[in-house]
Ligand binder design. Structure first.
Ligand code: ATP
Length: 235
C-alpha cells in the first residue's frame, strides 16, 4: 500500500436540486484496497459514488484521485482519469451483443484489457459473445458492465451493489471475480448491503448514516461488530 490514498474524499456535500443529500462525506481508499460502504437504504451511498464521478454537479468539498483534482475535472474526463463506475442499473448497451459492448468503450488506456484477456477472465461471457445485452442474465450483465470498465484500463472500480437481485450461486461467481481482480491489484470501492459477501474481499468498511460516514473498521473487526451492524443496517 502506498502512503497517499489513491482516492481521497473530504467534506463532500451534494444536492439534488434543493435537497441536501450528502453532508460532508470523508473517506479514503489506498491503492490495491477494497473498501465497502455500508448503510441503510437512502443514506447516500449511491449519491457518494455519483458525486465522486461528477454525475452530480451540485457538490462541494475535495476529491482527489491519483493526485488529480476531480472537483475541477469535466465529467467526460473523469473516466479518462482512471475511475470506472458501474451503476446499480449496470450501464451496458442492451441492444448490442456482448462482443459489441466490449468493442465499444471509447478509451483503451495502457493497461486496458484486450477482448481475449476479458474472455479469459470471464469464460461465461465468451460463451455468450453473440447474445444481446437484453438476453443476458442479471449476473452476466453485471459481469459485462465490469468487463467494459476493464477494457478501458481503469485503475479503480466504483461498484454499486453488484450482487443486487442475483441468485446465491451467481453472487459467489461475482465474488470470485472481484477476488481475482483484487489479487491483480485492482482498487475497489464497493457499495453493498450484503456484508457477508463483502467481507470476502473487503479490507475495510465505512458506515454511512444521514449523508455522511460515521465510522469505519477493518474486516478483522467485522465479527465483533455484528450487533452494531444489525442495528445500523436494520438487517
Ligand atoms: P439505496 O441503496 O436505496 O440506493 P443509498 O444509500 O444509495 O440507498 P442514495 O440513493 O444515495 O442512497 O440516496 C440518498 C438520498 O438522496 C435519499 O434521500 C434519496 O431519496 C435522495 N435521492 C436519490 N436520488 C435522487 C434524485 N435523483 N433526486 C432527488 N433525490 C434523490
Amino acid at each position: 500500500m502506498s502512503e497517499a490514498p489513491l482516492l481521497s474524499v473530504r467534506g463532500l456535500n451534494a444536492w439534488y436540486g434543493e435537497s441536501h443529500a450528502l453532508h460532508g462525506v470523508d473517506l479514503e481508499v489506498f491503492e490495491g484496497e477494497t473498501v465497502t460502504l455500508l448503510g441503510r437504504n437512502g443514506v447516500g451511498k449511491t449519491t457518494t459514488l455519483r458525486a465522486i464521478m461528477g454525475l452530480i454537479r451540485k457538490r462541494t468539498g475535495e476529491i482527489s484521485f491519483a493526485g488529480q483534482d476531480l472537483m475541477r475535472m469535466p465529467l467526460h474526463r473523469t473516466a479518462h482519469a482512471g475511475l470506472g463506475y458501474v451503476p446499480e442499473e449496470r450501464g451496458i448497451f442492451a441492444t448490442l451483443t456482448v462482443d459489441e459492448n466490449l468493442l465499444l468503450p471509447p478509451v483503451v488506456a495502457p493497461g486496458g484489457m484486450s477482448v481475449e484477456e476479458i474472455f479469459d477472465l470471464f469464460p461465461n461471457l465468451k460463451e455468450r459473445r453473440n447474445s444481446q445485452g437484453t438476453k443476458l442474465s442479471g449476473g452476466e450483465q453485471q459481469m459485462l458492465a465490469i468487463a467494459r470498465m476493464l477494457r478501458t484500463g481503469v485503475k479503480m472500480l466504483l461498484l454499486d451493489e453488484p450482487t443486487e437481485g442475483l441468485a446465491p450461486v451467481i453472487v459467489q461467481r461475482i465474488g470470485d471475480l472481484l477476488a481475482t481482480l483484487k489479487k491483480r491489484g485492482m482498487t475497489i470501492l464497493l457499495v453493498e448491503q450484503n456484508f457477508r459477501f463483502a467481507s470476502r474481499i473487503a479490507d475495510r468498511f465505512y458506515l454511512m448514516e444521514h449523508g455522511k460516514v460515521v465510522g469505519g473498521f477493518p474486516v478483522g473487526e467485522l465479527s465483533g461488530r455484528m450487533e452494531q451492524l444489525h442495528e445500523v443496517l436494520g438487517v
